[in-house]
Structures are given as structure tokens and as C-alpha cells.
Write a protein that binds this ligand. Sequence first.
Ligand SMILES: O=C(O)CCC(=O)C(=O)O
Ligand SMILES: [Fe+2]
Length: 333
Amino acid sequence: MKRVIDTKCEDNFMKRFKYYKSNKTESFLDDVEKIQYNTIEVNNISNVIENDPRTDLLGLKKTINWTTYTFKKHPGLFLILNPFTSLGQRFWIRKCLEEYPKKPNKINIDVERHIEDWWSELCSSDKWDRKLQKKLRWTTLGYHHNWDTKVYSEENRGELPQELAELCDVVARYLGYVNFKAEAAIVNYYHMGSTLSAHTDHSEVNLDAPLFSFSFGQSAIFLIGGHDKSHEPSAILLNSGDILVMSKQARLCYHAVPKILPASTQPWNDHEELKTITYNDVKTKYINETILVTEINKNTDKEWTHFGSYVQESRINVNVRQVLMENQKTLDD
Ligand SMILES: O=C(O)CCC(=O)C(=O)O
Ligand SMILES: [Fe+2]
């Protein structure tokens, strides 16, 4: 009698997760590179559209200079290789540390104690509070992700930072998603031993809208598989500044972060590129241009070194989603 092996039940995702989690850096970096060569084809879409005049203001290079990959094995997945300037990376890293964890935004530490302003509290103690530094694992913005019920609600909604809405609008338009609206974000903070286990992001009402994921600081191995865990995932190396976009079939695929790796370069410290930007009367959609110019330009000074020390040993990921359908104003519509 023939034996039927039910491969569907096999958790091939978990096998790869464990492999990347446990291996020493050097032994599998070649492996990751190879997977990239096998699965990615260059698809420079920046030629087809004009540069968005807002790129400078948001710390981005001109779109003509962006390098974008699509994946043969993962239709709908895009990787834009660090399109940020050095000053731009500093601006976004600073936002994620100094502003986004502030109240009324939510942070993982809330269940333990109320912290009005995490970054100020770190800075105000006589000695740098490393324990408090490492305690921050996530911040939620806009519609707050509910980690228990996984359901968004109007009662649990805050403001999505305007500069983040503007950034997503530029990246979404570049990929042809002209109606995307950033409504919810999770900022994940990883330290060298941190991992994020396999999951899908399916809480949003609108699952046709893409999901934008920005990485800063230390690097990571990102695994992406299929719609169930039987699919063997691909491993993608994400470096500081890289943008991953999950759309179409890739939007609901299992993904995970099994490993944080030391960054091989520090694109946030490229002094050649730390040139300040000038006021240009650019039309913006969500945020005033003068605010952006001032806030970008303040990142060349000494004060930035504190943020630099943080990302020297941590990774930050900003994960942005549209929650509502195009014709909805609230979840109750
Ligand atoms: O850190 C990452 O690259 C992924 C984060 C993620 O998947 C999530 O927040 O849902
Ligand atoms: Fe996710």
C-alpha cells in the first residue's frame, strides 16, 4: 500500500525560523545572499514617473535613484533599497525614539507603569537607564493595534503623525498606489537577541491596501513564506533605510524576523550626505513644509549622538497600514 505523506501539515516556516535564529552570522549570510539572487529581479520603476517634489523634505533621495526589487517567488512583494539620505535616516530614527513613544501614543511598558515621555525619562536620569532603554519593544500610532483581540476600534484611535502619512503617500504613489492612506502604525524596537515570530497581519478592514515597512539601525533577516506555514520561506536581508512593501498576494503571507544582525555600514552616519535642505515652496499633502525643513536640518548637531548610540545596538521597524476601505471615514461607516 502506498503511504501518503501529508506535507501540508509540516511547519516548514518554523524549521527555517529556527535555523536562522540559531545560526552564527557568518555561516548563513552567504545563504541569504544566494536566496536573493535566485528570487529577485530588478525592476526599476522610478523611470516611469517624475520625481515627487516632496522627496527632499522627507529625507529621501530622488526617485530616479531608487533601486527596487520584486520577487519571482513572492508576487506583490517589493524591496526598495535604502532610498533615504543620511540626514533622512537620522530624522526618522529620531522621530521613532524621541516623539513616537510619547503619550497619547501607546507603548508596551503601559501595562507596567505610565511613562509620559520615554525618551525624556531616559535622558533625565543621572545615569543613562539601560534597563528602561531595552524595555521599549513597541509603540502604536493612529488606530492602535490591539495585541489581544487583534481588532481595531474607534475608541482606540489616535493621530497618525503627519510626516509619516506624507512619507507613505510618496512611497505608495511611486508604486502606483495613489489612494493609499496611512491610518495605523506599529513601531517595533529590536535588540540584538530579539525575534518576531511567524504571523500574518490581517486585522485591517482593507486588506487590498499594501503594507509599508521601514527599517532603521541594525540589520535583520526577514522571512516571508506563503498563506500557510507549510511553505518554505525566503530569507531577505533588511538593512537600515530599506523599505519592504507587502501588497497583493504577499499582503497576507506569513512573515517573521528570526535574527538581528550587526549592520555592515552605518548609512545614518555618512557625513558627505549630511547636507541640510532648503525651503523650496513644495506642495505637501499632510504636513507643513517649514516644519519638515526645520526638523530635518536639526539632525546634524551634537545632540544626535544619543540617537546614534541607540541604533548602534538596536533595530527599529516602522510598519504602516491602511485600515479603512476607500469609502469609509470611520470603522462604523
Ligand atoms: O520588523 C519587521 O521587519 C517586521 C515587523 C512586522 O511584521 C509587524 O510589525 O507586523
Ligand atoms: Fe507583520
